[in-house]
Write a protein that binds this ligand. Structure first.
Ligand code: FE2
Length: 303
């Protein structure tokens, strides 16, 4: 297992490669070149004292976001969990944030870019990321941000996510365990088909993978890049944690989703489809057919 202590300075690249941030992030171009969208890596940020992440401001946010944008539950969970069995905490979102120190809970405020102040901050961060991500994954779109507030010791079970993600640790600390999503022995085709067919994002951590992958001790002032669908679970440190997740998608992810959905339906019909990415021509033909069908359906709906 690779262990990285996020509070320490990265030593792989010369200090001269660090580009001083004129805004909120300090980014190392060499890290993007070597790791973006392929393996996790750390960045620095200066958002720890930002007023948008004071608990009183986050309480205000719980009052203005639509109900469906707030997910919260008890925080003392096992690493592998069926989402249907997630226990509630019996509080409102507002009370959950106010009492986060002692209520043993986990709350996420989703799509906080609906609030103009958070949107402005998200866009400022993405403007800094774009020059480094475009040459690797072009077409940044669907900018979305999430605020996580968690009680000491809370656990986010083992799961995967569909977006390019940078998790910025604002307050407190988190232990993040991440496994290689490109290794089929860690994450297989059927699990990806399940995920992309919207049948759930939680996974079962296999006992033989308990010590696999990377371990990050993410401290305030550090951010971590999560490549798309790299499985991870998170354990909060012994203080209240506040994190800000900045995410975006790219057109290649739309293609990826479509191909896994196609393979899922082929498998249901008794076929054994080629793994996505194994045969570029086959993938391209299937995706072209999928897009043509989607356009045809959209025309019918308009008519
Ligand atoms: Fe996640």
């Amino acid at each position: 297992m690779n262990t990285v202590v996020a509070s320490q300075t990265e030593t792989k690249s010369p200090p001269a490669a660090i580009v001083p941030s004129k805004d909120f992030l300090s980014l190392n171009p060499i890290d993007f070149e070597n790791h973006f969208s392929r393996t996790p890596f750390l960045i620095d940020h200066s958002l720890s004292d930002h007023p948008l992440f004071q608990l009183d401001r986050i309480v205000e946010l719980t009052k203005t976001l639509p109900e469906e944008c707030i997910e919260f539950n008890a925080g003392k969970l096992p690493i592998s969990l069926d989402p249907g069995l997630t226990p509630r905490n019996g509080l409102s979102p507002e009370e959950t944030v106010r009492r986060i120190e002692e209520c043993e809970s986990w709350i996420v405020l989703k799509y906080v870019e609906k609030d103009p102040e958070y949107r402005k901050l998200l866009n400022a961060c993405l403007d800094q990321l774009r020059p480094y991500t475009e040459s690797i994954a072009p077409g940044m779109t669907q900018a979305q941000a999430f605020v996580f507030v968690t009680s000491p010791g809370s656990v986010t079970p083992y799961h995967i996510d569909p977006e390019h993600n940078f998790l910025l640790q604002i307050r407190g600390s988190k232990e993040v365990r991440m496994l290689d999503g490109g290794d089929p022995s860690i994450l297989n085709e059927e699990e990806l088909e399940h995920f992309y067919s919207d049948r759930g994002r939680n996974l079962q951590l296999k006992p033989e993978h308990n010590d696999a992958g990377w371990k990050f001790d993410l401290q305030s002032g550090k951010g971590l890049h999560f490549p798309v669908t790299f499985p991870h679970w998170v354990k909060n440190g012994d203080a209240v944690s506040v994190s800000f997740s900045i995410t975006f998608r790219t057109p290649d992810l739309d293609r990826r989703r479509a191909l896994y959905q196609i393979n899922s339906s082929l498998r249901k019909k008794g076929f054994f489809p080629w793994p996505v990415g194994k045969n570029y021509l086959r993938d391209s033909l299937l995706y072209s057919g999928f897009r043509a069908q989607r356009r045809f359906k959209a025309m019918l709906n308009k008519g």
